[in-house]
Design a protein around this ligand. Structure first.
Ligand code: PLP
Length: 378
């Protein structure tokens, strides 16, 4: 957590809106993940925040990566491209999984020379991979319950568990090799039972596959690991304890386990500082207008169903206020019940834990540019 006095100083020096990324927090998040889930290699989901400097720090801290597009693949590949050819090939599955079950033909053609590990969940995709990326290794994405997750991720992707082994067989018949299974329990998953159910489903698919002659070697338990946005989120340690016990019970040691944490790695690493650019009283409510909003760093309010409390540096008695972004669209509403002291034009406000699904989906709507990014403790 960056100190308030430090944030104010940085805003003065660099202007606002300012998106401050603390790389010490990034390194610490990788270390925590590895400490509590020693059997699980984290493949950071780049879509949560694709800033190349973040990718680089996580890479150096020992993370691997989940990518879902060619540009994301190349951001990560930048870090391994200088390795000797032979090493790089041996390395690629250890470092990157292409975890978008639907890939355009052109993307497959581009990916094939890297002999990547990719996910799939349907017959059509097997045909595409056979034709355009025959050197890829496969992981089958399973559909699992997403109950109680903040962001639902199972309606768009995932094979029904009953179809799973047929899909594995079909891939093998097409001359491809299925290395294992993947799933996603839903983002900001605070219902830890989702993981338990998903692991049990996956274990039953492992068993059925084996009985039909397919030995799976890898299990990818996806993302969903919740960020500590508030005190209602149970500590990571508690989830890890549950996962470790189930993994030990259901999957023999030789099965390689990976995960795709996105939010968990980056949410707590960033703070946004913005400035009050206008104020008005409307229907008896104090309204503040600040120079960042939902088309920019607060995009998570819309796309991520996430609320970011707006805080002031100024002390004093507070009241319930509305906070809006700078654009002309009424959708550009950051919060309608923010507790703030009386603020003046030019005063600074900030939001913490805003590193995931925020700056990554900033637009230039209405001509307002994305917040400036500042990396500290790099
Ligand atoms: C978005 C996504 C992730 C990351 O999810 P988090 O909830 O941020 O951990 C991981 N894997 C896949 C396939 C995704 O689509």
């Amino acid at each position: 957590m960056v100190m308030q006095s430090m944030l104010k100083k940085l805003a003065k020096e660099h202007g606002t809106p300012l998106f401050v990324v603390d790389h010490k927090v990034l390194r610490n998040n990788v270390a925590q993940f590895k400490k509590y889930l020693p059997r699980v290699q984290p493949y950071y989901a780049v879509k949560a925040n694709s800033d190349p400097a973040i990718v680089k720090t996580l890479y150096k801290a020992g993370a691997s990566f989940d990518v879902a597009s060619m540009p994301e693949f190349l951001i990560v590949h930048e870090n391994i491209k200088n390795l000797p050819e032979k090493e790089r090939q041996a390395y690629i599955w250890d470092k990157i999984i292409y975890a978008n079950p639907i890939k355009a033909n052109e993307t497959l053609v581009e990916l094939d020379p890297y002999k990547p590990l990719v996910t799939y969940d349907n017959y059509e995709e097997i045909e595409k991979i056979r034709k355009y990326a025959p050197h890829a290794g496969l992981a089958l994405r399973l559909k699992v319950p997403n109950t109680g997750a903040m962001v639902e991720l199972s309606s768009k992707f995932g094979a029904a568990p009953g179809e799973a082994v047929n899909l594995i067989e079909a891939a093998h018949k097409a001359g491809l090799i299925v290395e294992g299974l993947s799933f996603h329990v839903g983002s900001q998953c605070t219902n830890f039972e989702n993981y338990v159910q998903a692991l049990n489903l996956a274990a039953s698919v492992f068993r059925e596959a084996k009985s039909r002659g397919y030995q799976l070697k890898l299990l990818d338990i996806g993302g969903g690991f919740p960020a500590p946005y508030d005190d209602n989120v149970e500590p990571f340690k508690a989830l890890a304890r549950k996962l470790n016990a189930e993994l030990k019970r259901l999957f023999p040691k030789e099965i390689e386990i990976l995960a795709e944490p996105g939010r968990f790695m980056v949410a707590t690493s960033a703070t946004l500082i913005a400035k009050v650019i206008g104020k008005a009283e409307r229907d008896g409510k104090q309204c503040y207008y600040i120079n960042d909003g939902v088309y920019h760093t607060y995009s998570g309010v819309i796309f991520d169903h996430c609320h970011y409390p707006v805080k002031a540096f100024k002390k004093g008695p507070t009241r319930i206020c509305a906070v809006f972004g700078p654009t002309c669209d009424a959708l550009d509403t950051i919060g309608l019940s923010e507790e703030l002291p009386d603020l003046e034009r030019g005063d600074l406000v900030y939001s913490e834990n805003i590193g995931a699904y925020s700056h990554a989906s900033s637009t230039w709507f209405n001509g307002f540019p994305p917040a400036k990014v500042l990396h500290i403790n790099q």
